[in-house]
Every structure is written in structure tokens, then in C-alpha cells.
Ligand binder design. Structure first.
Ligand code: ADP
Ligand code: MG
Length: 258
């Protein structure tokens, strides 16, 4: 498909999403739009409750929006039936969560292979699997179950699992949120390398400047909308980024019509 090749790999247009809680209606997304270029590493920053996880879930096709649309590789997720969407997501989108979401009874290796098995594909060539585990620093850990792995190792297993179907896009929701800061920085470095070395397109949602600084572009979400965006270059400095983010968030107009 030539036309889809020319579009950015991830396009989000005017998304809205409401949740009902008892009699209250929560507008988690209120016209969020975003385009991510091929091989770009974007961090979506926002306070707790700003709609980051909802945005990520809608981009991944895990949640359907009330309005707007998501194009992944030029394909409109809203046009797909649930079954098609599941297949599409498995092949094109790698997901990484704060809580790792590994299966506790499976070894690291089997956790990594799970998306391939679910996809009904033959198990990966041994050499390819070993190369993937090696790349993620898991070569000696493949036979361990999650409870025998450190938090950082568990998240690297989750990243290997996200990569196993060779997706063009990786979406990560607070991937360092359950890790100490040194381990978290290791995970950020790994994501940045996957982007730079393998040309993966990566979106990380986070409220932490120390995580966001690894991205090349910051998108600031507030009250379910994109408030502004800016590059992390040229300084790539976490203090500059934190100051700029604070400045943007605190000087934006007060929330309206909620
Ligand atoms: N399943 C849900 N049911 C009801 N409200 C929800 C649900 N998911 C999210 N929300 C609400 O939507 C808003 C945005 O949530 P979320 O996307 O999780 O924000 P963030 O990830 O930035 O903290 C919050 O007010 C949250 O309480
Ligand atoms: Mg969240």
C-alpha cells in the first residue's frame, strides 16, 4: 500500500472519550490530536488524570473512542471489527505497561513467545529468539519465571514480548513507574536505542521529566487535549525540560466547561 507508506505511522485525530461513573460523566479525552513520524520517540506528558492512559489505550485499539479516529500505518482502527483489531494490534503495535503484565506461571522465554503463539505462528527460530533475548540483556534469564526476576528484568521481558511480532510502533504507559530511578533510566535508554538503532516508532506516556527527556519530542496533555508540544533538543537536559513543562502547565488557561 503506497499511500499508507507515506502517512506517518501513527495519526490521532480529534479523539474524544467519555466515561460514566454513576451519574457523573468524565471526559477523559476532549479533541486530542497527534501525529508521530516514522522512527520518532515521543513522550506524552501530563498530570495524573490528564488522559494519558486513555489516549494510549485508544491508540492501541484497546479502547474505542467516542469520536475522532486513529490511523496506524494508514489503517483506520475504527473501521475494524473487534477480531480484526486484535489481530492487527498483535502484528503492528507493541505494548508495554507499568506493571509489566507478565504471566507468572510462564518462563521469561515463554512470556516473550506468547504473542506469536496467540497469533498461530510457528515458534520463532531459536537463533532469532536468542538474539532478541541477548539484545535485551536477558540471555541468562530465559528459563526464569517472573518472580525470580528483578523489576528491571521483568520490564525487559515485557519489552521483548512487545518486540517479538516485529511491530513498527511501541506504546508504553509509565514503563518506569514500578522501577527505581537507576533501573528506570536503563529502560529509557533501551527504548531510545530501539528507536535509534531499529527505527521503531515509540510513544511513551509519563509524568516524569527524567523519562520524557529521552524522547526527541514532548507532547503535553492537559484535560484530555494536547496543550502544546516542543522538542527536547538542543539541550536534552532534564532540568530544562522540567522547568519548561511546569511553565507550560501552570500558565495555560484554567480548565473550562467541565
Ligand atoms: N474506565 C474508566 N472509568 C471511569 N473513568 C475513567 C476510566 N478510565 C479513566 N477514567 C477517568 O478519565 C480521566 C483520565 O484518566 P487516565 O487516562 O487514566 O489519566 P492519566 O493516565 O493521565 O492519569 C480520569 O479522570 C480518570 O478517572
Ligand atoms: Mg495513566
Amino acid at each position: 500500500m503506497n499511500t499508507s507508506q507515506q502517512l506517518p505511522p501513527l495519526v490521532v485525530e480529534n479523539l474524544s472519550k467519555r466515561f460514566r461513573q454513576g451519574t457523573a460523566v468524565i471526559e477523559a479525552l476532549r479533541g486530542a490530536s497527534l501525529a508521530v513520524r516514522r522512527g520518532e520517540f515521543v513522550a506524552v506528558m501530563g498530570a495524573s488524570g490528564s488522559g494519558k492512559s486513555t489516549l494510549l489505550h485508544v491508540m492501541a485499539g484497546l479502547t474505542r473512542p467516542d469520536g475522532g479516529r486513529v490511523l496506524v500505518g494508514g489503517q483506520d482502527l475504527s473501521a475494524m471489527r473487534d477480531h480484526e483489531l486484535t489481530l492487527f494490534r498483535r502484528r503492528h503495535v507493541g505494548l508495554v505497561f507499568q506493571a509489566f503484565n507478565l504471566i507468572p506461571t510462564l518462563t521469561a522465554r515463554d512470556n516473550v513467545l506468547l504473542p506469536l503463539l496467540a497469533d498461530g505462528r510457528d515458534v520463532m527460530a531459536e537463533g532469532d529468539l536468542n538474539a532478541l533475548l541477548e539484545r535485551l540483556g536477558l540471555a541468562g534469564r530465559a528459563g526464569h519465571r517472573p518472580d525470580a526476576l528483578s523489576g528491571g528484568e521483568q520490564q525487559r521481558v515485557a519489552i521483548a514480548r512487545a518486540l517479538v511480532c516485529d511491530p513498527s510502533i511501541i506504546l508504553a504507559d509509565e514503563p518506569t513507574g514500578s522501577l527505581d530511578s537507576v533501573t528506570g533510566q536503563g529502560i529509557c535508554r533501551l527504548l531510545e536505542e530501539l528507536c535509534r538503532e531499529q527505527g521503531r516508532t515509540i510513544v511513551v506516556v509519563t509524568h516524569e521529566p527524567a523519562v520524557a527527556v529521552w524522547a526527541s519530542r514532548i507532547v503535553v496533555l492537559k484535560d484530555g487535549r494536547v496543550l502544546t508540544e516542543f522538542p527536547t533538543e538542543p539541550s536534552r537536559n532534564v532540568h530544562d525540560l522540567a522547568a519548561r513543562y511546569q511553565d507550560v502547565v501552570s500558565t495555560s488557561p484554567a480548565e473550562v466547561e467541565r
